[in-house]
Design a protein around this ligand. Structure first.
Ligand code: KIV
Length: 271
């Protein structure tokens, strides 16, 4: 039986066993109770309460504006829905970059107030003191390298990262450092597939890719993107598995028509 099927509840240890057994890890975002319930029941391994909620749920252009309180609200809604998946919660911009004491207190708030299982942080050597301090409090940390959207104003664009040798070497060093420090997995976002394959082979811990080819140990997508709910975001790495936007549009237009024509509610739909 596969490691995923065996597990009653997915933990960081399950993910390590999956990598060791050569089984791919599946991860999707969710930010609210109803969506998280569907995602969990569909058999996903990991649910990420991503700070992409800033874009997807709140309509901001970047992930920077979302606050720690808002992340805790989203994460606690997801926690109430989920029975099996491991729940990872993003530490939002500004909640950990200041110093390691601030980082630890933000991570503790997430764990205590939302009930999430682990946190995710963007960056390598520049955040290592904070990663260490959070880990020493018993909170598992998922790393995130490559395109790190919280630093968008430093990079200026959302294009592929680490194409040049110097940046690629730095990313490999950061990945090894995060592993050595004790991270249980690392997200690799929008980097060349060959580099992601090299990092995944070098690391003992699992890598989860987004726009990083298929040699990573797992894949993650934003659920609203892969379901075709968001319409304006269509990067090359995204596969749309449904056109939920069209289905919702048709259903809502039909409802509007039925109310306007007094077809809804009919006699069976009233008391
Ligand atoms: O916030 C998010 O959704 C993420 C994924 C893109 C990995 O960090």
């Amino acid at each position: 039986m596969s490691v995923h099927k065996e597990a009653k509840r997915i933990t960081t240890k399950t993910l390590q066993r999956m990598k060791n057994a050569g089984e791919k890890i599946t991860m999707l975002t969710a930010y609210d109770y109803s969506m998280a319930k569907i995602v969990d029941q569909s058999g996903i391994d990991v649910i990420l309460v991503g700070d992409s909620a800033s874009n997807v749920m709140a309509g901001h252009e970047t992930t920077l504006p979302i606050t720690l309180d808002q992340m805790i609200y989203h994460a606690s809604s997801v926690v109430r829905a989920v029975n099996k998946a491991l729940i990872v919660v993003d530490l939002p911009f500004g909640s950990y970059q200041g110093n390691s004491k601030m980082a630890l207190s933000s991570a503790i708030r997430i764990m205590k107030e939302s009930g999430g299982h682990t946190v995710k942080m963007e960056g390598g050597s520049e955040i290592i003191e904070s990663v260490e301090r959070i880990l020493s409090a018993g909170i598992p940390v998922m790393g995130h390298l490559g395109l790190t959207p919280q630093s968008i104003y430093k990079f200026g664009t959302y294009t592929v990262r680490a194409k040049k040798e110097e940046e690629a070497n730095r990313l490999i060093e950061d990945a090894l450092l995060l592993e050595k420090t004790g991270c249980y997995a690392i997200v690799l976002e929008k980097i060349p597939a060959d580099l992601a394959a090299e990092v995944s082979a070098k690391l003992k811990i699992p890598t989860i890719g987004i726009g990083a080819g298929n040699k990573t140990d797992g894949q993650v997508l934003v659920v609203h993107d892969m379901l075709g709910i968001t319409q304006e975001f269509k990067p090359r790495f995204l596969r749309a598995y449904a056109d939920i936007n069209k289905i919702m549009n048709e259903a809502i237009s039909q409802y509007v028509q039925d109310v306007r024509s007094s077809d809804f509610p009919n006699e069976k739909e009233q008391y």
